[in-house]
Design a protein around this ligand. Structure first.
Ligand code: AMP
Ligand code: MG
Length: 412
């Protein structure tokens, strides 16, 4: 048995960043950028108007006011998308729309609200403008040759617009790993099938799938393997076309736990089996070429805890995301928590915030089969391996289970 930290180090050392590949920018959000992005163009690429109004020589309207408006001659009308062939001379103006290129000779724009059009050829201006007022200069946003985004950036929705504006339709990204999922157990039936005595509905595949899909990764569900070496081996045989293979169940000390034996037959390099933690002790981890294997315990809570602690960091490492660890805060336990030294505990709990800070309360039933308590909890209380009983008022670490928890805590 190895410690949680040691096990995680092995997982992260084994997981390798996947090679970059191109994707359309519409599929790039949430992925890590695999190349620096350099703009070959100025954005905007030409000086243009920031307002609907009149392009002027600022000098001509310097003395304009409500009482003494300046009269200008309209020599052209310029919608966005059109270039004027005219050059502004003294006391001339061109009516201009937002985004239209600033005509030659113009050096400012008077907004339409500060004018009154007398007829097609004449406008009164009621207010002076400064040089360049209401003008957007070429390159104001992005300059040609500028590094817009560094390699390694996590791509945000806003970035997609920036990439589109510089004409970059495809970018190199670090892909996320593909994941295959196999459930094991003679007791399992599909959720839509009748439930004979002694059987249970398989739920781990749904939980894990939901967790994986929330990260933007699609899952190949390989179904349910019977508790025989033959079926387990057969079902695992083709699983390694995925980058990560997850199984649930069949890794404990039971008479019918065949996952480890199947792995040995398939020449999977088993790196560790059993971690000093509760729940999730019988976790198996191995590799097959560049592919990773996690044999998650069958108990629903154990499989989720192992997923959050080990599989998520592996997914992030392979995707080249540079922060692996779950969000956590220090919190004070509001009750005494019985604990034996020797295993690191991850107890389901509810984290709350008051004027003094964070407090945490463990759920009453910590059985690793009690799936609903994960739904009702919002954190895992992380208590070190060597610790004994935790006293009421003692500080512990609370690992947040989802972003919703973070939002709720921030609202207070
Ligand atoms: P095992 O690790 O195979 O000994 O399974 C431990 C416990 O988890 C048993 O009570 C199983 O019935 C349960 N279990 C295993 N696989 C699943 C699954 N896919 N969905 C729900 N419970 C499961
Ligand atoms: Mg089993």
């Amino acid at each position: 048995m190895i410690s949680v930290d040691h096990a995680l180090r092995i997982v992260l050392d084994t997981a390798q960043v996947l090679p970059v590949r191109p994707v359309p920018i519409t599929e790039s959000v949430g992925l890590v950028l695999g190349e620096p992005i350099i703009s070959s163009e100025n954005i905007p690429s030409f000086d243009n108007s920031a307002m609907d109004g009149y392009a002027v020589r600022y000098i001509d309207v310097q003395n304009a006011s409500r009482e003494y408006p300046v009269k200008l001659k309209i020599v052209d009308v310029l919608p966005a998308g059109k270039v004027s062939q005219k050059h502004l001379e003294e006391d001339e103006t061109i009516q201009i729309m937002t985004g239209a290129p600033l005509p030659s000779g113009a050096d400012a724009v008077v907004m339409v609200e500060q004018t009154e059009k007398r007829n097609d050829n004449e406008v009164l201006v009621f207010s002076p403008v400064q040089k360049n007022e209401h003008c957007r200069k070429a390159g104001d946003d992005i300059k040609a040759g500028q590094v817009v985004f560094q390699k390694g950036r996590l791509i945000k929705p806003y970035d997609v617009g920036v990439l589109a504006s510089i004409g970059k339709s495809t970018v190199q990204i670090n892909p996320q790993p593909s994941i295959a999922l196999l459930s094991t157990g003679d007791e399992l039936v599909g959720m839509d099938e009748p439930l004979p005595p002694g059987k249970i509905r398989s739920s781990n595949n749904y939980t894990l799938r939901a967790l994986i899909e929330k990260m933007g990764i699609t899952v190949v569900d390989l179904g349910i393997a019977k508790d025989t070496l033959k079926d387990t081996e057969e079902k695992l045989q083709n699983a390694f076309s995925a980058d990560i293979v997850l199984t649930s169940g069949g890794v404990s000390m039971g008479e019918f736990d065949y996952v480890k034996q199947a792995l040995e037959k398939l020449s999977v390099d088993i790196k560790f089996w059993k971690v000093k933690q509760k729940p999730g002790k019988p976790l198996v981890f191995g590799s097959y070429q560049s592919k990773l294997f996690f044999g998650l315990p069958g108990n629903p809570v154990s499989s989720v805890v192992c997923f959050e602690l080990f599989v998520v960091p592996a997914i992030k490492k392979m995707s080249n995301v540079d922060y692996y660890m779950p969000n956590s805060v220090k919190a004070v336990s509001s009750v005494q928590i019985p604990k034996k030294a020797g295993l690191r505990y991850f107890l389901r709990g509810t984290l709350s915030k008051n004027e003094k800070g964070f407090t945490v309360l463990p759920m009453n039933n910590q059985s690793s089969g009690v799936m609903s308590s994960l739904s009702y909890a919002n954190c895992l209380i992380d208590i070190p391996e060597e610790a004994g009983n935790i006293e009421s008022g003692q500080e512990v670490t609370a690992i947040l289970l989802d972003l919703q928890t973070l939002h709720e805590l921030m609202r207070i």
